[in-house]
Design a binder for this molecule. Structure first.
Ligand code: TXA
Ligand code: MG
Length: 346
């Protein structure tokens, strides 16, 4: 299916497709979304069908002006304290990689929210996403544009490879700059993280003070229905290691390796040559099967490259992907979350 550069004309025809009930894949700063008109149940049903997504897993509604928030969220039913928190979050963190769970307006179709009394709303910062939403109906439902359970797409080509034959139009906005899905924060009661993501917890807590979550107990899965343990998983088996264990791994020709930073990779290569396993030189070790998320150990760069590198490693036919956990602060929490889910799926 056509991948279109986001010209004015392409945006208008993609918006018209949305208005007429068709689906459009589009870029956001987090990952590519599979969009449909949020108020059209047929379009919503098509999203679930194309993704193979269970109907119990609700969709995020995307808006491109703060005025549209009232159209989908029943703000008057929030108590004044929560309303104040909502205003602070909207002012400081929107547009951006943060989804807020709020009481839903009755006009939002139950299919969008999986019958829940709440709705997930996000105001993306990507200019192509904003233009598309504004030119269409103003509220676009969009999950990540991948088959259910598989890695999220961070490039138009990922969408093309995975869903291309089922999506009439893919808008190309280049590689996603954040590269991890939005953070999901429930503010219908005392604020609670449901999914770690592109907005670090520390940033939210700097505004609201301490927040709860994300849930660890599988019994809580229903409160955050999309957070099944096995998710974001490549087809190749993934196993995870601390830095200390990763740099002591033996070399296997059939395995793929995903290091956090260049110095960990170099330490591993040096260890191999000390142990009499040459073949690799420090700095010359970046073969197809040996990938580094961020040479300098920058978590933002690591996040932006995570899914792209996993997509690439997944195509090599390796027996296993051996991946290093990253430091757990800032965006590292969400990177480790996605790596753990990838490993749980194998
Ligand atoms: O960054 C993102 O959020 C991307 C881009 C396209 O915006 N979208 C995305 O959507 O990741 P999806 O469908 O892959 O993940 C949506 C998550 C799921 O974990 C879902 O359960 C949760 O949001 N969610 C949506 N509505 C909810 C609600 N009312 N209550 C609790 N969780 C909700
Ligand atoms: Mg998803």
């Amino acid at each position: 299916m056509p991948i279109l550069a986001p010209s004015e004309e392409a945006l208008r025809s993609a918006a018209a497709a949305l208005v007429s009930g068709e689906l459009v894949a589009f870029p956001t700063e987090t990952v590519y979304g599979l969009g449909g008109d949020a108020f059209n149940p047929q379009a919503l049903a098509r999203i679930f069908a194309v993704k193979g997504r269970p109907r119990f897993d609700p969709l995020i509604l995307h808006i491109a002006t703060l005025d549209s928030l009232e159209a989908v969220a029943a703000l008057s039913s929030l108590d004044p304290g929560l309303r104040h928190k909502l205003d602070a979050l909207c002012t400081r963190l929107w547009p951006g990689p943060l989804t807020l769970i709020l009481p839903k307006q009755p006009r939002v179709p139950d299919l969008a929210t999986s019958g829940l009394p709440t709705v997930g709303v996000r105001f993306p910062s990507h200019p192509v996403a904003q233009a598309l939403i504004r030119l269409s109906t103003g509220v676009v439902a969009a999950p990540s544009a991948n088959p259910f359970g598989y890695l999220s797409p961070t490039r138009a080509s990922h969408v093309q490879e995975q869903l291309g034959d089922q999506v009439p139009c893919i808008l190309d906005g280049g590689p996603c700059t954040i590269g991890l899905e939005s953070t999901v924060l429930d503010i219908t009661a005392s604020p609670r993280l449901l999914r770690s993501g592109g907005t670090p917890r520390e940033l939210i807590e700097g505004i609201l003070g301490p927040v709860e979550g994300p849930p660890k107990d599988p019994g809580e899965v229903l409160r955050s229905p999309g957070q099944l343990q096995s998710h974001y998983a490549p087809h190749t088996r993934v196993t995870l290691y601390s830095q200390e264990d990763m740099i002591r791994l033996p070399y296997e020709a059939s395995a793929a390796y995903l290091f956090f930073d260049g110095s960990s990779c170099d330490a591993w290569v040096q260890g191999l040559s000390l142990a009499g396993m040459p073949a690799l030189e420090p700095g010359e070790s970046r073969t197809e099967r040996i990938a580094v998320l961020s040479q300098e150990g920058n978590l933002g760069e690591a996040a932006a490259r995570l899914f792209d590198l996993l997509h690439r490693l997944d195509k090599l036919g390796a027996s296993v992907i051996r991946a290093q956990r990253v430091p757990g602060y800032g965006l590292g929490a969400a990177i480790n979350d996605r790596l753990s889910r990838a490993a749980a799926g194998s």
